[in-house]
Structure formats: C-alpha cells, structure tokens
Design a protein around this ligand. Structure first.
Ligand code: NAD
Length: 257
C-alpha cells in the first residue's frame, strides 16, 4: 500500500508530548509533513523533540511552532507554518489540560483557563484550518474529546464540560464545513498512559489504577499509539465517508460494566 498520507501536511497541537506526539509519528510514517504546535518543545515524557524525531526516523519533514492554543493568532501562525509543506490538509486539535477538582472550590480563573485551552483552542483551531482547507478543496479535522465528553464525573466537572463541548463543536462544525469538503470527527480516549494520567491526575501508578483495570475489557490502559492509530484512520481517505462522528478508544471501558 502507498503511504496513507503521502503529500499531506498536518498541523497537530500539543504534539510535543503524549497522544499528539504519537499521532505526529504515525502520520509522518505514512508520508505526512508535520507542524508541531505546542507551548513547549521538549516532550513531557522526555526524549527528542517531536519535530526532530520525525526528521530522524521518517522521510517526512517537520517543524516546531510555539503556539498557545488559547491564543487565536498563535493558531493562525501554526496553520501558516504548514504553507512550507503545501498547506494544511489535516488539523488535529489535540492540546488539552486535565485536573481533578472539588466542584465547590473551582475558581472562575480555573474554569476560564480550562475552557480557553480545551474548547476555545478547538474552536479557533478549526476556524483557522478550515479557512485554508477551503482553498485546498477540503481536509480532515480531528478533535480530541474524551470519555469524559460522554459521561459525567463529579471529580472532573470542568473537564467533562470542556470535552462535552468538544464533542458538540465537532458535530456542528462538521455540519458547517461539509459543503467545503472538510470532515470533522472526534476521538474519545479512555485511560491513556501519558503524563496527563501519570502526573497531572495520577491515576496510572495509583490505587485507582487497579479499579480502572477491572472495568476495562481490554485489560490494560491505552498507549498513545492506540489513539494515533485512530487519528490516522480519520486523517486518511479510508474514512472518506465518516464525518460528524465520535470514535471511542477506551478498551471497552465506557460500554461495559
Ligand atoms: P500530555 O500532557 O501528555 O500532552 C499534552 C500536550 O499539550 C503537551 O505537550 C502540552 O505542552 C501541550 N499543551 C498544553 N497546553 C497547551 C496550550 N495551551 N497550547 C498548546 N499546547 C498545549 O496529554 P495527552 O494525554 O497527550 O493529552 C492530549 C489530548 O488527549 C488532550 O486533549 C486530552 O484531554 C486528551 N485525552 C487524554 C486522555 C489520557 O488518558 N491521556 C484521555 C482522554 C483524552
């Protein structure tokens, strides 16, 4: 089979670490050039910066752009950076933040910060990419929601709110952009082993990990590559007739008891 993303250019927010980094590598191995758009260059988990790893390990090109997704100008710059690769074909709105919280204690600043990154970032990332994709005759936009965008949890009320919003923004923008040949889909990961789940909200490596494992038919936590494989499908022509859709990547967690 030919490279699935030959001659494509992808902008991936939050691609320095975790799910975004694995997605960048998966896309690059299939021929896509990559713009890594992140507030930091060094992977949270350590190792070679993603854009350098792409260049070292694949035939694809890659560049790093400093980008805070809560800043709309930064998002426009990230999309603009894909011009050197022919213009954006695939936008992955992946950057996000997660924390556990006591609902009663959440401050307005904390609320705003999470919605700015997780929701506003997706909204304006989509707007910036779609403007360019329209000129290209289409494209694929992939938003990272979560199982927390499907089910409510009292420990993560703000996060659930943001990820539910991402889900509905996905469907609404798919409706708005379908006529331009732009597909928009959401990925809903379950428990994936990244710094988000080992450090920010340390589920993996804690007592609650065992509880989670009992609820996951696959019997393990997910790896960023599990998310990247689904992103690859959604980025490629294999999903040509798939839009306004949610794909859950959780080892069976949310549909079983
Ligand atoms: P991560 O912390 O490993 O990586 C997140 C990356 O986003 C980091 O490189 C970070 O620097 C970057 N980032 C943070 N704020 C940013 C900002 N304002 N602008 C640009 N970049 C920013 O986390 P991850 O687990 O890879 O998460 C990626 C996405 O997957 C998030 O949207 C997250 O909510 C979603 N998700 C993760 C899990 C999981 O279990 N890990 C589950 C469901 C959904």
């Amino acid at each position: 089979m030919e490279d699935m993303l030959a001659d494509k250019a992808a902008v991936i927010t939050g691609a320095s670490s975790g799910n975004g980094r694995a997605t960048a590598m998966a896309f690059a191995h299939e021929g896509a050039d990559i713009v890594v758009a992140d507030i930091r260059e060094e992977p949270r988990e350590g190792g070679t910066p993603t854009h350098e790893k792409v260049q070292e390990e694949t035939d694809a090109e890659a560049t790093f752009v400093e980008c805070d997704v809560s800043n709309t100008d930064d998002l426009k710059n990230a999309v603009e950076a894909a011009e050197e690769f022919g213009g954006v074909d695939v936008m992955v709105n992946n950057a996000g933040i997660f924390r556990s919280e006591a609902f009663a204690d959440v401050t307005e600043d904390q609320f705003d910060q999470m919605f700015d990154v997780n929701v506003k970032g997706v909204f304006f990332g989509t707007q910036a990419a779609a403007a360019r994709m329209r000129e290209n005759g289409g494209g694929s936009i992939i938003n990272l929601s979560s199982v927390a965008g499907l089910e409510g949890s009292g420990d993560y009320v703000t996060y659930c709110g943001t990820k539910g919003a991402v889900r509905m923004l996905t469907y609404a923008t798919a409706s708005a952009l379908g006529g331009d040949g732009i597909r928009v889909n959401a990925i809903h990961p379950g428990l994936i082993e990244t710094k988000m789940t080992t450090e920010d909200v340390p589920i993996i490596g804690s007592e609650s990990e065992e509880q989670f494992m009992k609820q996951i038919p696959a019997g393990r936590s997910g790896q960023p590559e599990d998310v990247a494989d689904v992103a690859l499908y959604l980025a490629s022509d294999l999903s040509d007739y798939v839009t306004a859709e949610s794909i859950v990547v959780d080892g069976g967690l949310s549909n079983t008891q």
